[in-house]
Design a protein around this ligand. Structure first.
Ligand code: IFM
Length: 733
């Protein structure tokens, strides 16, 4: 295989210590399901993970709902003349694992010498089909190099997998089908969704023996092939996954029969044929989504494609009932829950590349409005209050405690579900952004309007009036900087609420112009008095500042100062030194907060304001959240700090590929991948939309010779080509 450093992510060495990291990096997915890049053979460090988007289950009332980890379909143990393939034993003579971003294929090529001196070449290929989202495949080719002897494949479906100990499935049945097929039929314990995982096999070579093994929640197909020195034998494992919540199922279908029939049909085509149609779909996706960077070093090109690749893989293509989890479909981290990461970090990529997918993501919020209405009511508010962590219903699913505070040694309470309310303005912001970029008035005036109006109503009930100061306040919140809890008048939140209430007034004007719009106002019972109240709140909301310097919140300036730069870049060091309570009382930020606002509401701040606030907040920010660096890159570009912009882009871009935060094993940082795309297109590409007009003000980093990408904008497809000496925007068919 010829390597292309602009398209191939390569693992050059087998290192069990890095197994978890690469499992996340090499995740394959198609938006319906995702599977971590685990090895076929078993190792102690191996953490299998297959997740189906939107298939949630709450195994126990004391635990929050999460995406259940499906049976491990990847497992294939290989016995080479009786010796089991185990790269921790014997000698690894050659090793290379390559993720081909262009075609969505994971390949591993190994030459292994067993402890008894048998040398074998092995080639593994894997895909998760973009053409048929229910199909995933593995092909294994084995060539004995210096011996003759049986080659045995033990291919399993293992339903003993749990989510870190939580078992989400009841086993209904498992058995065999067709010639070489095995299946598991299971049901989630609380949400009662059925799941079928069925694996059919094709063997290549002279079959000496085959059999099946049945164990608790586990079924295995064994094939023994005749192995001859220099001759390749192998097995293809085609796995089919269906769940009872799939929207493409025929009505009243028997799920198991449907899945087994589909599986049998699929096995009639060869691995290469399946691969080819899968790669054709990738080609179509890349046609609109690729970003081409020409520079002396290929790393920037590779990381940007890595980001786009995973954004495409983790996002449901046509299912508006589902959104993107903070870790995509690549790990158990954050339990498959959906955060503001989707609307503020991930959505822009889809908005400008695949607007229909962006619309689906916003429709997810529309469909979860009933949950948001319940959240508001349960907390004593009106309207709709979106969950900080959302799953299938939109009700709040944030866990109540997290890790252990190294200073108090007590579990750390997680207050985000109770206080991180800015999500209810981030979503309206994203809807307006969608409208600006796509011009989709229908969506704005129906689904969008309901969301904007119900969240405006929520904010009107969330603010409190301070008669002494004649202003409206929002008390006891967490802003984007999660190191501060229970704060009052977070500038980010209040400024966006003001923006939201003003935009709602614009929206209401549009609604009043059309009968359909009037129906929405009637349906929600929006009154003139209410509309007036919203504008009074917008005019009088408290925005704490001193001249050009915005106060992150009331009292931030009185907090103790600490030398943040001493602790940056070493995960956990600050926490060990101070503990959470003291961090809460210090001028230290986890992530962009005021700086985040300077980006989102960029037009509302002068260059001088942006510079003053950057200078003040940047040195106080730890970037302990993966959401921070990309936004700093964009704002640095806005204030002409070219070197900082590039350095922050590189920091963001490296998070998952180099495991710089040390936690990629729990899953990819989806928001950071989206942020990376924004740092290129909105930062270096300088693409912005002002009052419905597209503007492009490129700032190419020194290291790049050119940058080219496509944009969908208000029904047109454009190509932006930026060189050192200028740029052009052309229309594409
Ligand atoms: O949404 C983010 C938050 O801003 C920082 N903590 C992690 C969350 C999920 O990515």
């Amino acid at each position: 295989m010829t390597l292309d450093p602009r398209w191939h992510v390569v693992e050059e060495k087998f290192d069990p210590k890095k197994m978890g990291h690469y499992e996340s990096v090499f995740t394959l997915g198609n938006g319906y399901l995702g599977t971590r890049g685990v090895f076929e053979e078993l190792y102690r460090e191996r953490t299998p993970g297959t997740f189906v988007a939107g298939l949630f289950d709450q195994a126990h009332p004391n635990e929050v709902t999460e995406l259940p980890n499906l049976p491990d379909w990847v497992e294939v143990s290989i016995l080479l003349n009786g010796e089991e393939l185990d790269l921790t034993q014997g000698q690894v003579l050659q090793y290379r694992r390559v993720l081909d971003l262009k075609g969505g294929v994971l390949t591993r090529e190994v030459v292994w010498e067993s402890p008894q001196g048998r040398r074998t070449a092995l080639r593994f290929r894997r895909f998760v089909s973009l053409a048929n989202v229910h199909l995933v495949g593995i092909s294994i080719a084995v060539t004995p190099e210096n011996y003759d002897g049986p080659i045995e494949f033990r291919s399993a479906l293992n339903g003993q997998v749990t989510n870190s100990g939580t078992q989400h499935f009841t086993s209904i049945e498992h058995s065999t089908y067709a010639h070489r097929g095995i299946y598991l039929l299971q049901e989630t314990v609380q949400s009662k969704q059925q799941v079928v995982v069925a694996a059919n096999h094709v063997v290549h070579g002279v079959l000496l023996d085959e059999s099946f093994k049945n164990a608790h929640r586990r079924i295995v197909y064994n094939a023994v092939l005749s192995g001859k020195r220099g001759q390749t034998v192998g097995i293809d494992k085609f796995t089919t996954i269906y769940t009872s919540r799939d929207q493409d199922l025929p009505r009243a279908v028997n799920l198991l029969h449907h899945a087994l029939a589909a599986s049998s049909r699929q096995t009639q085509q060869g691995f290469d044929q399946h691969l080819e149609v899968h790669q054709q779909v990738w080609e179509q996706r890349w046609q609109w989504a690729d970003i081409e960077i020409v520079s002396d070093d290929h790393f920037d090109q590779l990381v940007v494609r890595f980001a786009v690749f995973h954004l495409i893989q983790m996002t449901p293509w046509n299912d508006p009932r589902v959104s993107v989890a903070a870790k995509g479909l690549s790990g158990e981290g954050y339990k498959g829950h959906v955060f503001w990461d989707t609307e503020i970090f991930i959505l822009p990529f889809f908005l400008y590349s695949f607007p229909q997918v962006a619309k689906n993501l916003l429709t997810y919020r529309y469909l979860t409005l009933p949950g948001a209405i319940t959240n508001a009511a349960q907390n004593g508010y009106s309207g709709a209050m979106f969950a900080w962590e959302s799953a299938d219903t939109g009700e709040e699913t944030t866990p109540e405690v997290g890790g252990i505070d190294p200073v108090t040694r007590k579990p750390i309470p997680i207050l985000c579900g109770k206080q991180e309310h800015h999500i209810s303005v981030d979503i309206p912001y994203a809807i307006w952004n969608y409208y600006q970029v796509t011009g989709d008035r229908d969506f704005l005036l129906k689904e969008g309007a309901e969301i904007l109006l119900l969240t405006a109503r929520f904010w009107a009930s969330r603010v409190s009036y301070n008669p002494d100061r004649d202003w409206y306040e929002i008390k006891e919140v967490i802003g984007p900087d999660e190191y501060k809890e229970g704060i009052d008048n977070n500038y980010y939140t209040n400024a966006l609420v003001q923006w939201h209430l003003k935009k709602t007034a614009e929206l209401v004007k549009l609604l009043k112009e059309s009968p359909a719009g009037q129906c929405v106002l009637l349906k929600l019972g929006v009154t003139e008095g209410e509309l007036q109240d919203w504008q009074v709140i917008a005019a009088k909301i408290r925005l704490p500042r001193e001249g050009e310097l915005l106060h992150q919140f009331e009292g931030f300036m009185e907090l103790q100062e600490i030398d943040v730069l001493k602790y940056r870049d070493v995960p956990g060091l600050l926490q060990k030194a101070y503990g959470w309570e003291e961090i809460n009382r210090s001028q230290v930020l986890k992530q962009a907060d005021v700086v985040m606002l300077l980006y989102l509401l960029g037009d509302e701040f002068t260059l001088a304001e942006k510079r003053v606030n950057w200078d003040f907040y940047e040195p106080k920010t730890m970037h302990d959240s993966s959401l921070s660096a990309a936004i700093h890159s964009i704002v640095a570009n806005d204030i002409d700090l070219a070197e900082e912009a590039y350095a922050y882009f590189q920091k963001a871009a490296r998070i998952d590929l180099t495991n710089s935060m040390g936690n990629t094993h729990a899953g990819l940082h989806a928001a950071s991948l989206g942020g990376c795309w924004q740092a290129v297109v909105h930062g270096f590409g300088g693409v912005r939309v002002k009052s419905g007009e597209l503007s492009v003000t490129p700032k190419l980093p020194k290291a790049w010779h050119s940058l080219r990408f496509k944009l969908a904008f208000q029904g047109k497809r454009l190509q932006v080509s930026i060189r050192r000496d200028g740029y052009e925007v052309t229309t594409v068919d």
